[in-house]
Design a protein around this ligand. Sequence first.
Ligand SMILES: Cc1cc2nc3c(=O)[nH]c(=O)nc-3n(C[C@H](O)[C@H](O)[C@H](O)COP(=O)(O)OP(=O)(O)OC[C@H]3O[C@@H](n4cnc5c(N)ncnc54)[C@H](O)[C@@H]3O)c2cc1C
Length: 386
Amino acid sequence: MNPQDIAVIGAGPAGLAFTAAMQGSGLKITLIERLPRAALADPAFDGREIALTQRSIATLKAVGAWDLLPADDVWPLRAAKVLNGASPLTLTFEPEGGAAGALGALVANHHIRRALFQRVDGADDVTLLTDVAGASAQRTDIGFRVDLGGDDAVEARLLVVADSRFSTFRDQLGVGADMNRLGRSMLVCRMTHDTDHGHVATEWFDHGQTLAVLPLGPGCSSIVVTLAAPEIDRLMAMDEAAFEAEMTRRHKGRLGALKLVSTRHAYPLVTTWSHHFAGPGFALIGDAAVGMHPVTAHGFNLGLLSAAGLARRLRASRDIAALNVLSAYESEHRRAALPLYTATNAIARLYATETTPAKLARHALLQLGRHAYPARRLVSRALTAA
Ligand SMILES: Cc1cc2nc3c(=O)[nH]c(=O)nc-3n(C[C@H](O)[C@H](O)[C@H](O)COP(=O)(O)OP(=O)(O)OC[C@H]3O[C@@H](n4cnc5c(N)ncnc54)[C@H](O)[C@@H]3O)c2cc1C
């Protein structure tokens, strides 16, 4: 293959969004993915409903993917409520300028993947290599050579790594990462219920469990349960009727009777923070740079920010592999991601701890949040803009 300008590892949402944002720049891009083509062209429902911020919606529009989403399965997120145990206190986040707007939209992850894939598939300046198992990267005089197994290889001036929070390319580049395996898992599925959600998301930090309800269509929500990993394994193994009965009971009647209307999916919770987001001839984007705890729903929003930020800097530069260009991307994204990553981990830790001081701190935080308008406004801004 002719030398390429950019080789992207991983055609997940971040790798695809970056490729879409670089399309038409005059640079030749090869996108390398281990999954088969069919899994990218028609991805299966994976249980994740992505809470997109207004900024992410604008980015998806800018790269031409928003209009490719199925309009009948894109749901407005009007507000978000936080509840703590049996406390009657509620902390509500609404869009700035009143409840008329929306914090963002909820869109299933597989719809986003499909739309972004459609955007890059068949483009003149993009070569897509799928079913690539065991790829590896070596430094060369011009940048990197990615060995694809056998005798095939791709040479490129710049390597963009988007191969998930468990990135093996990050290791090959000698970049370390803090990785925290939390021993808890998250179960996600779609369920119908009797009560109206009013397009308001609820995060309920109950004792021993965290339950989130993400509003989709009428009487239908994404139900998200976070528990110790063995408890989630037990819920996954249950038959449907027993699962529905247990979920109805866990929600203490707040939603009425719950009925399963999708497959169930479980994700072990692992957070990662890469020690570098860029270096000579390479950059990390998406979860390969920052693997967020899903509790604040910022992982893909940050991933999209990294993809768009890197693309913007590369488009404006004469030399895409210049260290000052890549370092500027790294600094900008670290500044954006660090406060969210740190705050999200602190929230996740506080709400997973059942000691008396932790319970008191949760109550105090909720009180503070209710009465401190500036703090609430700050969070609302982060929810819409991150
Ligand atoms: C339950 C749950 C709910 C979530 N909810 C939200 C939310 O509401 N809002 C939000 O913003 N984020 C959310 N997220 C986070 C979001 O899903 C991730 O941040 C996002 O998927 C990361 O995209 P990515 O492309 O970086 O990585 P991935 O989605 O992990 O994609 C990586 C791609 O790289 C490929 N790959 C891996 N290794 C190789 C290799 N060696 N060679 C070639 N290809 C390779 C993989 O096959 C995959 O296609 C949620 C996550 C979970 C688990």
